[in-house]
Design a protein around this ligand. Structure first.
Ligand code: SF4
Ligand code: MSK
Length: 647
């Protein structure tokens, strides 16, 4: 165990870490100690193993220029590694989207039961974006065309991906001028793999152009397709109350945890858990009912749409099993620790893999078959019910659980601010212009065992809202906020500055808005675009007083998200570590020169308070450029002045 170093600010963690030790279950923090210190070359991005003449590494402490056996320089090695991370992240989001598009199309064709069109309005919106005829046509026919067009986006070879047209015109021109408008989603990923193969692209600036193009194919392509089609099938999120933290588990019920990223199966698990026959079976086994809860982004998806509780974020996946109360953990793809199988072995928990893409030695595999989704879900729920009597370890469910209000899609923000009949971002823009809201920050991303769990998210976000910056959040950052009580309207009075608090009070929203899962960072792009289109704050995302951050990032998906934020014109700060620090030229490009070309740039700052200050400084710089840096002074007229005015 890490030497008494604080590992989390979440009170639910400590007792379970102790329990794991008593029960002989190894946790992420134990392995972290074994893996410390991390490899210095890899951390700086300076290790290359792209061919068998290596692996090569550049020692930053040695004098003079060093090169790999093939002659590759530090900046080439660092850039290749960096954009391979982008390719992996974009591939993860986009393969998720492909799965959604497959199911969407099959459902539209009436080939699979259980899935339907829940949001006609969004169906028509996407139809317009995709150039699909609406007219008097049946929703299902429109959906078939949308499904086909969505799937074609992955293999598109020419032109530009269709959602790119949603961006502000000035942004589209920047992409065109730089030659980074993505042609097709898969094409950009494949081209990165080609260009970073031994002996191809040796120019770090050119490599980073392709990195930007691929990241844009993620944000404005794969991720946006996933979000939009999921919304059409499962409903666009609206504000809903939910609960979060390990205290949502119930000792006297069958506890099923869904963990991973894809809502296709978890939506069905929610339905199956309400099946009266299965509830009856659970009661026959001695349980009072069936309790479904989530971890990571699958959790965010079903929380946003059904109010299903969340057990925790990334670093709590092993702890959930350690409670001894989880009868089945159902996993699909992404952010799943292989150790889950070992931890599950110490308890009675059934670990069930469901995707042919993600199998675990030691886990039971029940393949998710979309054509028979509800029956597969029933089978899985039944396995959990049957496992309930097998609990063997002492059950310890921490008390911690917090209420929260979630479900802030960018459409919801529109309605909340402008009202149903005059939905508009104008009130938000007005409040930014008058200075009550200083700016907008997107704080997103993972947990990382190398930082104190949740601490950097919360420190940064509290600093931002204290300074009247409204925060949009997704992923594990959003879950951290929920646990800390930041996702309630009341949090505005406790944590926000006077200006932001007054807006939150008027509209009845929290100062931190939970916008969904990792693919839902596309909602943040749409919210920023809506602010631009509303007018009064410049004509590009880069003109806005906005900033982005991922203070506890760990996954390659986060790098892809960060790069598409930057390539969309957003100043973006990452914490923990940053995999380009080994090259001066790459640092200069990402931290400085991108501001010229992309009008957005990266920063690295592991201290979350300092990082928040950087974001606020950037927001203030943008306010100044817009001429709204001085909050409008309220002029109080006395009677004489009034008469003068009237006269
Ligand atoms: Fe070394 Fe060049 Fe091969 Fe990389 S590609 S391992 S730098 S020889
Ligand atoms: S789940 S990608 S740890 S946010 Fe989307 Fe959390 Fe990061 Fe996974």
């Amino acid at each position: 165990m890490a030497k008494k170093k604080k590992i989390s600010v979440d009170k639910s963690v400590k007792p379970l870490v102790k329990k794991a030790k008593d029960d002989g279950a190894g946790l992420v923090w134990d392995r972290l100690e074994d893996q410390s210190p991390p490899c210095g070359f890899g951390k700086l991005g300076l290790c290359c193993r792209l061919c068998a003449m290596g692996s090569c590494r550049i020692n930053p402490l040695k004098e003079g220029e060093q090169r790999g056996v093939c002659g590759a320089t530090a900046e080439t090695i660092v850039a290749r590694n960096f954009i391979r991370m982008i390719a992996a992240g974009a591939a993860a989001h986009s393969d998720h989207a492909r799965g959604v598009a497959d199911v969407f199309l099959a459902a539209a064709k009436g080939k699979i039961p259980g899935y339907e069109i829940k949001d006609d309005k969004k169906l028509y919106q996407v139809a317009m974006d995709f150039g699909v005829e609406i007219g008097e046509r049946d929703s299902k026919d429109i959906a078939v065309d949308i499904g086909e067009k969505a799937l074609a986006e992955f293999g598109r070879q020419e032109g530009e991906i269709l959602f790119l047209k949603r961006a502000p015109l000035k942004r589209q021109e920047i992409w065109k001028k730089l030659g980074i408008a993505p042609r097709g989603i898969d094409r950009e990923v494949v081209e990165i793999m080609h260009r970073t193969h031994m002996g191809v692209d040796q120019d770090y600036q050119n490599l980073m152009l392709q990195g930007s193009r691929c990241a844009l194919a993620d944000g404005w392509g794969g991720s946006m397709i996933a979000t939009e089609l999921q919304d059409i099938m499962f409903g666009t999120p609206q504000p809903i109350v939910g609960q979060v933290n390990l205290g949502v588990l119930k000792e006297d019920e069958v506890n099923i945890i869904v963990h991973g990223h894809e809502p296709l199966l978890s939506e069905m698990i929610v339905l199956a858990s309400r099946d009266l026959e299965l509830v009856k079976q659970a009661k026959e086994k001695g349980a009072k009912g069936i309790n479904v809860a989530g971890i990571c982004c699958t959790a965010n998806e079903i929380l946003m749409r059904h109010g299903i509780p969340i057990t925790g974020n990334f670093l709590q996946q092993e702890l959930a099993i350690t409670t001894g109360a989880v009868d089945a953990m159902i996993i699909d793809v992404q952010c799943l620790m292989q150790s889950l199988a070992d931890v599950a072995e110490c308890y009675h928990t059934k670990l069930i893999t469901t995707s042919y893409k993600a199998k675990f030695p030691g886990a039971e595999h029940i393949e998710f078959e979309e054509h028979d989704a509800l029956n597969v879900a029933r089978k899985i729920v039944r396995a959990a019910v049957d496992n309930y009597p097998n609990r063997k370890a002492k059950v310890l469910i921490p008390d911690e659980k917090t209420d929260m209000v979630v479900g802030f899609s960018h459409e919801t923000i529109n309605y909340l601010l402008g009202g149903l009949y005059r939905a508009a971002y104008k009130p938000l823009n007005d409040n930014i212009i008058n200075g009550r809201i200083r700016g907008i920050a997107g704080v997103v991303g993972c947990n990382n065992a190398r930082t104190v769990h949740d601490s950097d998210h919360l420190t940064m976000i509290k600093e931002l809202i204290k300074n009247d910056v409204i925060v949009l959040t997704t992923g594990c950052a959003a879950i951290a906020c929920g646990k800390a009580g930041l996702l309630t309207p009341e949090a505005a009075f406790e944590f926000a500055g006077d200006g932001l608090a007054s807006v939150c009070e008027t509209v009845g929203i929290p100062p931190v808005l939970h916008m969904g899962s990792c693919v839902d960072n596309s909602r943040i792009l749409m919210a920023a675009t809506a602010v631009v289109k509303e007018g009064g704050l410049g004509d590009d995302i880069s003109d806005l007083p906005v900033a982005g951050a991922a203070p506890e990032w760990m996954s390659e998906k986060a790098i892809s998200i960060g790069q598409y934020f930057v390539a969309s014109g957003v100043f973006t700060v990452f914490g923990v570590t940053f995999p380009v620090l080994g090259s001066k030229k790459m640092k200069k490009l990402l931290f400085e020169e991108f501001e010229e070309s992309l009008k957005g740039k990266w920063a690295f700052e592991p201290d979350p308070e300092k990082a928040a200050k950087l974001m606020i400084e950037h927001i203030d710089k943008k306010r100044k450029e817009l001429g709204i840096d001085k909050a409008r002074e309220r002029v109080l007229y006395d009677m004489a002045a009034r008469r003068e005015l009237e006269g």
